[in-house]
Design a protein around this ligand. Structure first.
Ligand SMILES: Cc1cc2nc3c(=O)[nH]c(=O)nc-3n(C[C@H](O)[C@H](O)[C@H](O)COP(=O)(O)OP(=O)(O)OC[C@H]3O[C@@H](n4cnc5c(N)ncnc54)[C@H](O)[C@@H]3O)c2cc1C
Ligand code: FES
Length: 287
């Protein structure tokens, strides 16, 4: 069993050939992270699913895999949220409105949002991991009546690392979902919870039948592993836990082997995997 399979690179004849896209707008999310709203200049946006990623090409620098952070339901909107960690991501975060870049995709498997109808959906994010989860959360909120409940459990290293703070404030006020936010270390003025994200699971799932919970988890790999183990300890079925893996990517279409993770290629078999499919491998280092 895998994440939800979807067609890749819809509408493109050669999935290795980037389309030219323009930055419609760019805005800072965190000290080291920026969101870019993009529009292809050669036609319509390819449809995408929550959890999929694109290869963004900073001309003259290179390509990086970046998840879509906007909702598939919002026609014509394509947003990516990028942290500056190296040459390509740094160049992407310096783009301004009107600048051009290359775009290949969408690629990979999706969060199985529709399949969780009737269940309590727990979205569990660590740091920038909220970006790839945001499309799934927005989709669930747009179909809120279809779910028994929706909870967002979000952890960040410190209050300055909390992604989408304005939207988070709106979600906190909304009756449609429960929001629990925690930071590893507090800063002056922080009155919220302190502790790694797993410490807040009992609060996030208080009064909820764990066997009715489906969890989508994204963040640093160690956070995802500990979260999946903690969820399982609480009684959430292993088969109801999904997570999104990152590996170094080149082709993004299953040819080059750069993203190999045991028998899987993360670019086409993932990035969204059911926890039971990867649990044993995630317990090993250096795979
Ligand atoms: C499916 C997928 C979705 C992603 N979504 C996003 C996103 O939404 N936003 C975002 O900012 N980034 C995302 N990334 C991560 C991004 O693709 C990488 O950080 C990319 O390597 C950045 O390229 P760079 O040239 O800027 O940095 P690089 O020079 O490639 O690397 C910068 C730093 O990251 C380390 N690094 C690079 N690749 C890996 C790896 N595979 N595993 C562990 N460490 C690594 C390097 O050692 C170095 O310390 C995603 C990656 C994948 C695979
Ligand atoms: S990136 Fe080439 S096989 Fe996955």
């Amino acid at each position: 069993m895998r994440g939800e399979a979807v067609l890749s690179a819809a509408g493109q004849t050669d999935p290795m050939l980037p389309r030219r896209a323009r930055v419609r707008s760019a805005w800072r999310e965190l000290d080291d992270a920026v969101s870019l709203s993009l529009e292809p200049v050669d036609g319509d946006l390819a449809p995408f699913a929550a959890g999929q990623f694109n290869m963004l090409y900073a001309f003259g620098v290179g390509e990086a895999a970046i998840s879509v952070s906007s909702s598939p339901d919002t026609t014509g909107e394509l947003i990516h949220t990028i942290r500056d960690v190296g040459a390509v991501s740094g160049a992407l975060t310096r783009l301004k409105a009107g600048d051009m870049l290359g775009l290949r995709g969408p690629f990979g498997t999706a969060w199985p949002v529709e399949a969780q109808r009737g269940r309590h959906l727990l979205i569990m994010a660590g740091g920038l991991g909220l970006a790839p989860l945001r499309p799934a959360l927005l989709q669930a909120l747009a179909r809120r009546d279809a779910f028994a409940g929706v909870t967002l459990l979000m952890g960040a290293r410190d209050p300055g690392g909390i992604l989408f703070p304005d939207e988070l404030a709106e979600w906190t006020e909304s009756p449609d979902l429960d929001v629990v936010v925690t930071v590893d270390s507090a800063a002056p003025g922080w009155t919220g919870s302190v502790g790694v994200v797993t410490t807040q699971l009992p609060r996030a799932l208080a009064g909820i039948d764990p066997t009715a919970v489906s969890a989508f988890v994204c963040g640093p790999e160690i956070m995802m592993r500990h979260s999946a183990l903690a969820l399982a300890d609480m009684g959430v079925p292993d088969a109801a836990i999904w997570l999104s893996l990152e590996r170094n990517m080149k082709c993004a279409i299953g040819f080059c082997g750069h993203c190999q993770f045991g028998p899987d290629f993360v670019c086409k078999d993932g990035p969204v995997f059911p926890w039971p499919h990867v649990a044993a491998r995630m317990a090993l280092r250096e795979i």
